[in-house]
Design a protein around this ligand. Structure first.
Ligand code: SAH
Ligand code: SF4
Length: 392
């Protein structure tokens, strides 16, 4: 029988596992602290657990880390780890240090089935969901590798964003225990406000998350109307904007923050016109049926070769932001981090054995987007904008 991976369990699961071994349930908290707070995987070193318990664990369990393929560090201090998750798949995890926080961007799937037009992961297609242990192992590795590097036992990572590869709400059964480990006082002890789930809009799962584990929510909107969003984020055909915003309003009843963050990737000539800024404003701010307390995070598009898209010019991004700010919506322009090592938003590609023929489908959709967008045909310039802002 394969050993159970203890990284798969939240505290409750660890307690049940301990009980099955004939141990006291409450001892699971000690085990959790050894694993997550001290980064120990060797049961023999867990000195406050009974010898008999340690021997039993050795027989039936393991703390199974991910297999590290490479680590790359950007000039700006961003670090990207590539992990082999078997079957020809690899996933990426990114550490982003800032003055007032240190954020880990975590992957939830090998690939992604949503297939957003502007996303490198989406272009790769979908291979499989990660297990809870594989999600947690990214944080476990990053936190303890960074502590070792710094020669200190102090906590390094202050925030987690589920913004790596994959759609977290399409892997809910693994996401939930992983979030609980992040929040547990016997593990990483992060506050709900500092753990963000980013979603392209899986409406029923937004409702589930609200009931089960309401952490901060970021919604990838990217378009002010259904016609354009249908093209950019294909999931919109199933869960259109009005339904999505209604679920966001319900989420706010339980959310740790009193607004929803909307992410909007700035695509040259596609979704970045003044008219579209006003349309977004009407949607989020004025229309009684869809109005919602919002923060908008404009993400300069990070180009990758197959996308066929360009980033909006800096002027256009700022003009778009101004329309929203003038109406009182807090609007940030996300700083691009780690682009020299392809660790910026939407550039995470890992290695995915596609089982969905995503590449062909996405190639066919290019034309439709330009037709559904503003129709502006001139191209201002490719490249990245960096301005003041934050990751979420
Ligand atoms: N699947 C989830 C989380 C992962 S993507 C989601 O879509 O929200 C994290 C964020 O990066 C999303 O807001 C996504 O729209 C954005 N993104 C994807 N590709 C991008 C790119 N090429 N440039 C900039 N942002 C991108
Ligand atoms: Fe998937 Fe998010 Fe990329 Fe869309 S943006 S393809 S939902 S990872």
């Amino acid at each position: 029988m394969a050993a159970a991976n203890l990284l798969d369990f939240d505290l409750d699961g660890l307690g049940t596992f301990f009980e099955l071994l004939g141990e006291k349930r409450f001892r699971a908290a000690q085990l959790s602290r050894w694993i997550h707070q001290r980064g120990v995987s060797d049961f023999a070193a867990m000195s406050d657990l009974a010898k008999s318990a340690r021997a039993r664990l050795l027989d039936v369990a393991a703390v199974q880390p991910l297999q590290l393929v490479s680590e790359r560090e950007s000039a700006d201090g961003t670090i990207k780890w590539l992990f082999d998750v078997g079957g020809g798949n690899a996933i990426e995890t990114v550490f982003i240090p800032e003055d007032d926080r240190a954020t880990l961007c975590v992957s939830s799937q090998a690939g992604c089935a949503v297939g957003c037009r502007f996303c490198s992961t989406g272009h790769q297609g979908f291979s499989r969901n990660l297990g809870a242990g594989e999600i947690v192992a990214q944080l476990w590795h990053a936190e303890h590798a960074l502590r070792k590097r710094r020669g200190s036992g102090e906590r390094v990572i202050s925030n987690v964003v589920m913004m790596g590869m994959g759609e977290p709400l399409q892997n809910y059964s693994a996401l939930l225990p992983a979030l609980r480990v992040m929040l547990s006082d016997h593990a990483y002890g992060l506050s709900r406000r500092r753990v963000t789930v980013s979603t392209s809009g899986v409406v029923p799962m937004i409702d589930r998350l609200r009931g089960d584990c309401p952490v901060a929510l970021a919604v990838s909107l990217h378009a002010p109307n259904d016609a354009l969003r249908d093209e950019l984020v294909p999931l919109n055909r199933k869960y259109p904007i009005a339904d999505l915003l209604a679920s966001c309003r319900r989420y706010l009843e339980a959310a740790p923050r009193d607004f929803i963050t909307f992410e909007y990737c700035m695509l040259d000539g596609v979704n970045d016109s003044q008219a579209q800024a006003h349309e977004l404003l009407a949607l989020l701010h004025h229309a009684p049926s869809t109005r919602i307390p919002s923060k908008v995070n404009l993400i300069p598009f990070n180009p990758f070769p197959q996308s066929g898209l360009l980033c909006s010019s800096r002027e256009r991004v700022l003009a778009f932001a101004e329309v929203l700010r003038d109406a009182g919506i807090v609007t940030t322009v996300r700083k691009t981090r780690g682009d020299d090592i392809a660790a910026a938003c939407g550039q995470l590609a890992g290695e995915v054995q596609d089982r969905t023929r995503a590449r062909e489908r996405l190639a066919r959709r290019t034309v439709a987007i330009h037709a559904a967008g503003s129709g502006r045909s001139e191209i201002e310039r490719p490249g990245l904008v960096s301005g003041s802002g934050e990751r979420t």
